[in-house]
Write a new protein. Structure first.
Length: 585
C-alpha cells in the first residue's frame, strides 16, 4: 500500500463538521457575552443614576415634588382662617389667528358673527371691540377668566382660532368683601392692597404653603360694610369709610371704603377707566378713603384738644367755665357756633354740646406749640402707619403754628387727616394713653407693638368718662347701643372749595369706642357729602347719619368680639354728672 495515498473523503468531512461546530459554539458564546455585557452596562448605568438621584441630589428632588403640590401663589385668610384669596386653575380665552395653519383665513365664520356668539356667552364683552380684535389678526387675550361650562360653549362655536389655555387664576371667595384691604393680582403679581404688600412672600415656594393671616375678621368686616352701605344709601352720600380697630394691639379688624369693587372682576378696561378718572380729578372705586384720602374732620377733634389740655395741666378744674355766647374775632376770621348754647360752658358741657367757641378758648389756653406737639405725637403730621401703599399725606400747617391756627385745629379745621389717623388717635386716647401703629397683620398675643405714650393714664381715664357722657347726654345719643357702654363724638365739617368752605357739602363722622368701662375697640364711620333725607330727619350732620351707623353696628359686632350687652355695668360718671346736670348758662 502506498504511504502517500490521498486522504479518505469520509475523514475530511468529519474534520469540517468539527470545525463548523467549534465556530458555531464560539459565535454563540460571543453573543451571550455581548448580551451579558449589555445588560451589565444597563444595570451599572441604572445603579449610577439611582445613586446620583438618591444620594448626590436629594434636596432638589424633594423640593421639586413639593413645588408641584403647592399652589402658584399663597393663600390669604382672615384672622380666623377664613379664606380671602386663593389660587385656582382656570381657562383663558385666547385668539390665535395662526391656529388654522393652512394659508386660509383664521376664522371659519365672520369676525362679527364670532363676536356676537362670544357676547352671548359673556355679556360683559363688547362685541364691537371683540370684532375689531379678531379682524386685526394679532394674537391676543379676549378674556382672562373662563368657567368650565363657558369654555364648553366656546368650543361649540367651532373656531380653532379660539383657544382655551389652562392658567392659574386668583379667586376671592368672599367677593367684594374687604376689597380695599386685599387689592387684586395683575399678570401674576399683586397690584394693590395686601396682595401687593405680600407679593414676594406669596410667591416664595418656601412660604406659600402657609396661609398669610390678616388681622381682618370677616364677620366684623361684613357687618361694617353692610351698615356703611345702608347709611350711605339712606342719605345719598357720594362715599363712605369705616374702620374697627383693636385699641390694645393696633390690629385692624375691619376696614371699608365705599363705593367698592369686586377683585374677581377687575379687567384691563377697569384699570384704564381708573387712570382716566384720576386724571380728571375723580375718585375711582379702587381709591381707599380710609387710608388715602384726607379730610378736615371737624368737631371730632375736640376731645383730643380737651385731652391735651387736661394732660398738660391747662385744665385742672373741669367746672371752670368759658364765655360761649359770642363769636371770637381774630385775624379776619370769625369763630362761631351754629347757635347760642349758653352764656357760659365748662369743658364737659362744651363737648356734649360741641361748642367751637369754647374749644377754641381751651386750645388757646393750651397754646399752639403744645397742641402742635400733641398732634405730632398722635402721628397727625405723617402718613398713616399701615402696610398698604395708598397712604394719604396730611395737610399739616407748616412752620410754627399761630395763635389762630391752634384755635382752629382745636375744633378740627385747618388740619386734614385720614379716618385711619383719627382711629389711631382715639385708640391712644382711650387705651391708657399709648399710641400704636395700625396693622393689617394678625398680631399674636403678647406681640403687640410697644408704641409710645402720648397721654397719662389718668387723662385717658377722664376722657373715657367724657366720651361716655357725650353718648349719654350729647350729640352721640343715636350711637348709644343699649348695654354696650358706647362713648364717642360727632364731627360735621364743611368741605373746602376754592379757598373757602362750601356749606352745601359736609363730611360727617362719628368716632366711637366701646365698652367705655374697659375700652377694647374704636369704631369710625364717615359719610362723604350726605344729604338731608327722610331717613336722617332732613338733617346732614353726623348726629343724624354717622352716629346711627355706629349705633346699629356695635350690637352686631360686639358679641362676635367677646363684648356682650350688660345693662348692669357702666363707667362711673358720678363725679362729672353735677357738671352737666344743669343747663348751660
Amino acid at each position: 500500500m502506498n504511504a502517500y495515498a490521498a486522504p479518505s473523503p469520509l475523514g475530511t468531512g468529519r474534520i469540517r463538521l468539527v470545525d463548523y461546530r467549534r465556530r458555531s459554539l464560539l459565535v454563540a458564546r460571543l453573543r451571550a457575552l455581548l448580551v451579558l455585557l449589555a445588560f451589565l452596562l444597563i444595570a451599572v448605568t441604572a445603579l449610577m443614576r439611582i445613586a446620583y438621584l438618591g444620594v448626590v441630589q436629594p434636596a432638589p428632588t424633594q423640593q421639586s415634588m413639593a413645588e408641584a403640590l403647592l399652589p402658584p401663589r399663597g393663600e390669604i385668610t382672615d384672622r380666623n382662617g377664613v379664606p380671602l384669596a386663593r389660587a385656582f386653575p382656570a381657562y383663558a380665552l385666547w385668539y390665535n389667528p395662526a391656529a388654522m395653519d393652512d394659508g386660509g383665513p383664521p376664522l371659519v365664520h365672520s369676525a362679527d358673527d364670532v363676536a356676537r356668539r362670544l357676547h352671548a356667552i359673556f355679556p360683559d364683552l363688547d362685541p364691537v371691540d371683540v370684532a375689531q380684535k379678531l379682524r386685526a389678526g394679532r394674537k391676543t387675550y379676549l378674556r382672562r377668566r373662563v368657567l368650565p361650562e363657558d369654555a364648553n360653549k366656546v368650543m361649540e362655536i367651532g373656531e380653532l382660532a379660539l383657544e382655551l389655555p389652562r392658567e392659574n387664576d386668583r379667586h376671592y371667595p368672599q367677593g367684594s368683601l374687604a376689597a380695599h384691604v386685599l387689592g387684586y393680582v395683575k399678570d401674576g403679581h399683586g397690584a394693590l392692597g395686601m396682595e401687593a404688600v405680600l407679593d414676594d412672600y406669596l410667591i416664595d415656594h418656601a412660604q406659600r404653603s402657609v396661609p398669610s393671616a390678616l388681622s381682618i375678621d370677616v364677620r366684623v368686616q361684613g357687618a361694617l360694610e353692610d351698615e356703611l352701605r345702608r347709611g350711605m344709601l339712606a342719605v345719598n352720600a357720594v362715599g363712605a369709610a369705616g374702620i374697627v380697630l383693636d385699641v390694645d394691639t393696633g390690629e385692624v379688624l375691619a376696614l371699608a371704603s365705599l363705593p367698592d369693587f369686586d377683585p374677581n372682576q377687575v379687567t384691563q378696561a377697569d384699570l384704564v377707566r381708573t387712570e382716566q378718572m384720576v386724571a380728571n380729578g375723580q375718585m375711582p372705586a379702587v381709591f381707599n378713603r380710609v387710608t388715602n384720602q384726607v379730610y378736615e374732620l371737624g368737631s371730632i377733634f375736640k376731645p383730643l384738644t380737651v385731652a391735651a389740655a387736661i394732660d398738660a395741666g391747662s385744665i385742672t378744674d373741669l367746672s371752670r367755665t368759658y364765655r360761649a355766647d359770642r363769636p371770637i374775632e381774630m385775624s379776619g376770621m370769625r369763630i362761631r357756633d351754629s347757635h347760642v348754647i349758653g352764656t357760659y360752658l365748662n369743658a364737659p358741657q362744651s363737648l356734649i354740646h360741641s361748642s367751637n367757641i369754647v374749644t377754641a378758648q381751651i386750645a388757646d389756653n393750651l397754646g399752639p406749640d403744645k397742641l402742635r406737639q400733641y398732634m405730632m405725637d398722635l402721628g397727625m403730621n405723617e402718613r398713616p402707619y399701615i402696610e398698604l401703599s395708598g397712604r394719604g399725606m396730611p395737610l399739616w400747617p407748616s412752620g410754627d403754628w399761630s395763635r389762630l391756627t391752634g384755635m382752629t385745629v382745636g375744633f378740627g379745621h385747618g388740619l386734614a387727616v385720614s379716618p385711619l389717623h383719627l382711629a389711631s388717635a382715639y385708640s391712644a386716647m382711650v387705651n391708657g394713653g399709648i399710641w400704636r401703629p395700625a396693622t393689617l397683620r394678625r398680631v399674636e398675643p403678647g406681640n403687640a407693638a410697644r408704641g409710645r405714650r402720648v397721654f397719662k393714664a389718668s387723662t385717658s381715664a377722664r376722657m373715657n368718662q367724657l366720651l361716655r357722657m357725650i353718648a349719654v347726654y350729647g350729640t352721640g345719643r343715636n350711637a348709644n347701643a343699649p348695654g354696650f357702654r358706647v362713648g364717642g363724638k360727632t364731627g360735621s365739617a364743611e368741605k373746602p372749595k376754592n379757598g373757602s368752605y362750601a356749606r352745601s357739602t359736609l363730611v360727617s363722622t362719628f368716632a366711637a369706642a366701646f365698652p367705655m368701662d374697659r375700652p377694647r375697640y374704636v369704631v369710625i364711620a364717615m359719610l362723604d357729602e350726605p344729604q338731608g333725607t327722610v331717613a336722617s330727619s332732613y338733617q346732614r350732620t353726623a348726629a343724624w347719619n354717622a352716629a346711627p351707623i355706629v349705633g346699629n353696628l356695635i350690637p352686631r359686632i360686639g358679641p362676635q368680639l367677646g363684648v356682650l350687652p350688660d345693662d348692669s355695668r357702666d363707667i362711673d360718671l358720678t363725679d362729672l354728672q353735677p357738671l352737666v346736670a344743669g343747663e348751660a348758662h
